[in-house]
Ligand binder design. Structure first.
Ligand code: ATP
Length: 490
């Protein structure tokens, strides 16, 4: 039995690794097919990165940025997207988890599902799923090159190509049309109003998950501004759902739903008896919001399509065996417990540190933090929250699995490498806590990669540790790549 099937930690941590999850990480390929896929990744990585795109755009004029032009060049007219029945989801936190639950509920009722999400943990193909399974490498490669060649053929100058996220959005639409999915769950990239996924004109169902402060450069500094952006995905005649939100944000959502001429329902966070369903991979505070919204989206969708009502037994089973790696995931490896959660907003870091604290407060093992953040997020606030866990050892690391491991993963940080500079800033902040009364921490240091940090943890075979990896989903992805090295073909 594969070692990461093992649901390790006694009764404390019930992780349900369904077969769907495992297949996320393993595909056997012939060398030729593998090469085809790898070339696709190289071409994809050469497109403008999301970070560069964000740095270059003007907040007030970034709407779609030529997206329709690129979509047309790929052979898709905006009207063609009307063939898809879409559940469009925005929000600050919980989009991925909510969509994963909704996807599984609909799939287990026999509908063919498509799901476009971001970011990925290990491989980009995780972002485009059909029937709950990421596209196989070969299929991803085929679809990728279909779209890439069409765009490349007619480009007017060398940089006349969509950026990384826009390109993947086109591929996702292309896949869902070709695969003739019954329902396409589409998670926005950033915001809503101006996100390229919002090119869709007709949406059946809209979900807006918990709102909070993130991506402020693009979306604004207040919860009201952010709510306005996120509500931009509502469409005339759709059914929109959200979870309870701060009052001022909810007011904006309601105004937007009137303006867009659609209904808006605030879904209460407790789904009948479902709170007792044995899916404890996420803390109950998050579970009740994300699951209730997921169920409302699924029910809203069958209603709008005029299909039969969902069955409670199937719903329960689907909720039980949904998994969404990198979110409140616990893996046991080489005697240590790794708690992985890609929290990267203040609210999420609070929930994540409470989760880790509750699971480990009475455990005798030393506590270790492996941390990084990306973008313009305020790491000081995050670290302030995390310090309450009383870590014995802290590692600040770039979002890299290994230093110089293979051609496309190679990374040798220089002294002035931006990621190392960010780690230095984290270390400086952490060391400033040493003056805080009752603050306990043995030591903190910078490592060049997650592997380097884990080696330090594993070098002492006799000791068991509780290790929290958080601050960035990219960091969590790198950690999974290191932990699952034997199972996963890097
Ligand atoms: N309802 C929620 N409230 C607060 N935090 C949440 C909630 N749901 C998820 N999170 C946190 O957000 C992290 C990412 O979860 P998820 O992938 O579901 O959200 P997302 O909105 O898709 O995130 P991203 O914008 O980073 O893609 C989780 O690891 C968890 O820490």
């Amino acid at each position: 039995m594969n070692k990461y099937y093992i649901n390790v930690f006694l009764k404390q941590t019930a992780i349900i690794w369904c077969k769907r999850c495992v297949s996320n990480f393993k595909t056997v390929m012939s060398p030729c097919e593998d090469n085809f896929y790898k070339q696709a990744i190289v071409a994809l990585n050469a497109l403008q990165s999301n970070q560069k795109y964000i740095n270059n755009i003007n907040k007030n004029s970034y709407k779609f940025n030529n997206f329709e032009k690129f979509l047309n060049r790929a052979g898709i007219k905006v009207d063609d997207l009307d063939q898809l029945s879409i559940i469009h989801v925005s929000g600050t936190k919980g989009k991925g988890t909510t969509c994963a639950f909704c996807e599984n509920i609909l799939q287990q009722h026999g509908y063919k599902t498509g799901f476009f999400s971001s970011p990925h943990l290990l491989e980009v193909r995780e972002r485009i799923r059909v029937n709950g399974i990421p596209l196989e490498r070969e299929k991803f490669g085929n679809y990728f090159w279909d779209v890439y060649r069409k765009l490349d053929l007619v480009k007017e100058h060398s940089t006349d190509m969509p950026g990384y996220f826009a390109f993947l959005t086109i591929v996702a639409f292309y896949v869902f049309l070709k695969e003739k999915v019954d329902v396409a769950l589409v998670e926005v990239g950033i915001g809503g109003e101006s996100d390229c996924t919002n090119i869709i004109k007709n949406t059946d169902v809209v979900g807006i998950t918990s709102l909070g402060i993130d991506h402020t450069i693009l979306l604004g500094n207040t919860i009201e501004e952010i709510a306005w952006q996120k509500a931009g995905i509502m469409k005339k005649g759709c059914k929109a759902f959200t979870v309870p939100q701060p009052e001022t944000a909810l007011k904006i959502l309601k105004e937007r739903s009137r303006e867009k001429e659609c209904s808006l329902e605030v879904v209460q966070p407790l789904v009948n008896g479902l709170i007792n369903v044995k899916s404890s991979f996420i803390p109950v505070d998050i579970f009740k919001f994300n699951v209730s919204l997921a169920l409302a989206l699924a029910e809203g969708w069958v209603q709008i399509k005029g299909f039969k009502s969902l069955k409670s037994q199937i719903i329960e089973r689907a909720i039980e065996n949904t998994c969404w790696p990198g979110r409140f995931q616990v893996i046991f490896e080489k005697n240590s417990r790794f708690f992985l959660d890609g929290a990267h907003t203040q609210e999420s870091i609070t929930i994540c540190s409470n989760w880790f604290y509750e699971k480990t407060c009475s455990a005798p093992e030393p506590k270790v933090l492996v941390f990084n953040v990306t973008g313009d997020r305020n790491s000081k606030n995050f670290l302030k929250i995390l310090r309450k866990c009383n870590f014995n050892q802290v590692y600040f690391v770039p979002n890299k699995s290994y230093v110089q491991v293979s051609a496309d993963q190679s990374y040798t940080p220089s002294k002035n490498d931006t990621q190392i500079l960010i780690c230095k800033e984290h270390l400086r902040i952490w060391e400033s806590f040493y003056n805080v009364p009752n603050f306990e921490a043995d030591s903190a240091q910078i490592c060049n990669s997650v592997y380097d940090a884990f080696q330090q943890i594993w070098k002492n075979n006799k000791r068991n540790y509780n290790v929290l990896v958080t601050g960035s989903l990219h960091l969590v992805g790198s950690a999974i790549a290191v932990i699952k090295k034997d199972d996963y073909d890097l």
